[in-house]
Design a protein. Sequence first.
Length: 148
Amino acid sequence: MFERMRKLESRNPKFEEYTRYKIGKNKFIKWLGMEITKIEPGYIEAEMDFKEMHEQQNGWLHGGVSSAILDMVEGFASYSLVEEGKQVFTVEAKISYYNPGIASKFFSRGWVDKPGKRFHFCQGEIYYLNEQGEEVIVAKGSATMAVV
């Protein structure tokens, strides 16, 4: 089970409103069918029902979709820490695939591991719940987000 190491403080007292505003402007997240379910300073959770358009050639969750999901949960986790009016951009990303994504619903979480004035170092995970209700990790990612 996942447990964050520490709670972070946002530089924006209206961090949830600002983060939701940025999420609302992201058309790709809507197209994918991702729904953000939790926003805390430096932390985001999301879920997505698996659809045919998310499949790769073997019927599993496509790696490109996984990469996009991780980029968004890590990026929006970063947005939850910055002052209103600041922008966040991915400048580096890495993804490791652990298990095939074979499920009807996927969950993801992203968090800022180390915030900074110019860069936030982030991590994220995509998983599904097996028949016993246990998390099965599909992919893990890390990203550096520039704050401008």
